[in-house]
Design a protein around this ligand. Structure first.
Ligand SMILES: *Cc1c(COP(=O)(O)O)cnc(C)c1O
Length: 400
């Protein structure tokens, strides 16, 4: 493994602080490294591998499509593309879909759509966009500008104009920030990278009303929370509030790189032919992966499963919180949860220790340890993970 690690360091641009592990394969909710060591995977490629590893229907769907046609560009229609769009419309209750290849690209598309909408249906100046502090929307310039965390901006200025941040869940600041030129408000219902912070129901209701009153598009970034992660298809379904546009990506393709933005009729009018495109977006191969994910989630009753297992995870984490002072709070719902610990040092120590013991976990911000296992994870596997976590918590507690 050492050899591969140094080759990786040599050949790959220095953008990631990768763990010193080379993964090789996966089965169910476990992955193996190239030396054969097995890990229970509560990261799932950062909320991506919704069906875990080696799901038969997924493999069958993608392999069948491989034999037919992988790519044809959007110059032509393809059946899988239309079928998946129709399914996403049904599941979201929205009206139109645009496919792309990643989360950032979905956010970028939503931002472009919002500004076109503003110019066409408000005024030629209506380009201003409000986003939340502590948010994360991706690394391309538009998505990066929307991201409300200074550390991601450092060194990349100048960023886009007319994007302003307000404190998350603070309605009066938001109300003050909007004006006649505001075309859109972006928010995550659960801030993922920002530390698993939940939106307040009251705030969300007020924002929805404000957007309706002022003809502002409300855009939910569900790149991390979409497609079953919270126990509903979309996180917004937990709050009973619909957006004008929703973005999704991570869990959508079950490991296949794919993204989508879904808009209601009103917002989707923003784009005219020729104004936005993606060569690979929605290609039949990617769509065969999405199709398998959506069908499996439905057929295997994965949404109620996520609710049940999520409640169990929350109950177990709260029990650990009572026992170990290093845990300050337990946050999140379904299978997107986090524990906030005392400081960054303890957080790193816990993540490294559980990895040694055969459990993968990842942070969310400087003090939160995130739990985003495959949606098919069972209670017994949660218990297995909790047992390993407790070993690390004991060690951190004894050492301090
Ligand atoms: C991960 C993430 C993105 C960016 O997705 P990429 O596929 O990495 O470009 C955008 N928004 C949210 C909420 C995310 O969690």
């Amino acid at each position: 493994m050492k050899k591969w690690l140094s080759r990786g360091e040599e050949a790959l641009m220095n953008t990631y602080n990768s763990f010193p592990v080379v993964l090789h394969s996966g089965e169910g909710v476990y992955v193996k490294d190239i030396e054969g060591k097995r890990y229970l995977d509560f990261v799932s490629g950062i909320a991506v591998n919704s069906l875990g590893y080696g799901n038969e229907s997924f493999i069958k769907s993608v392999t069948n499509q491989l034999h037919k046609i992988c790519h044809c560009s959007n110059l032509y229609y393809s059946q899988p593309n239309i079928e998946v769009a129709e399914k996403l419309i049904e599941l979201s209750g929205l009206d139109k879909v645009f496919f792309c290849n990643s989360g950032a690209e979905a956010v970028e598309g939503a931002l472009k759509l919002a500004r076109q909408y503003g110019k066409k249906y408000k005024s030629t100046q209506a380009a201003k966009v409000i986003a939340m502090e502590n948010s994360f929307h991706g690394r391309t310039y538009g998505a990066l500008t929307l991201t409300g965390q200074k550390k991601y901006h450092a060194g990349f200025q100048p960023l886009l104009d007319q994007i302003q941040h307000v404190p998350f869940n603070d309605y009066s600041s938001l109300e003050q920030a909007i004006d006649d030129d505001t075309c859109a408000i972006f928010l995550e219902l659960i801030q993922g990278e920002g530390g698993i912070n939940m939106v307040d129901q009251d705030f969300l209701e007020q924002v929805r009303k404000l957007c309706d009153d002022k003809n502002i598009l409300l855009i939910f970034d569900e790149v991390q929370t979409g497609i079953g992660r919270t126990g509903n298809w979309f996180a917004f379904q937990n709050f009973g509030i619909k957006p004008d546009i929703v973005t999704c990506a991570k869990g959508l393709g079950g490991g296949f790189p794919v993204g989508a933005l879904i808009g209601n009729e009103k917002a989707s009018r923003g784009f005219s032919p020729g104004e936005h495109a993606s060569t690979f977006g929605g290609n039949p191969l990617a769509m065969s992966a999405v199709k398998a994910v959506l069908e499996e989630v439905e057929k295997e009753n994965i949404l109620p499963h996520v609710k049940e297992v999520g409640e169990y995870l929350s109950y177990r984490l709260n029990k650990l919180k009572k026992k170990y002072a290093v845990i300050k709070s337990v946050k999140g719902i379904g299978l997107i949860q986090g524990i906030e610990v005392s400081n960054m040092k303890d957080m790193k120590e816990i993540i490294n220790k559980v990895m040694e013991e055969g459990l993968l976990l990842v942070n969310a911000g400087p003090k939160v340890i995130r739990f985003v296992p495959p949606l098919v994870t069972t209670k017994a596997q949660i218990e297995e993970g909790i047992t390993i976590l407790e070993v690390a918590l004991k060690e951190v507690t004894d050492g301090s």
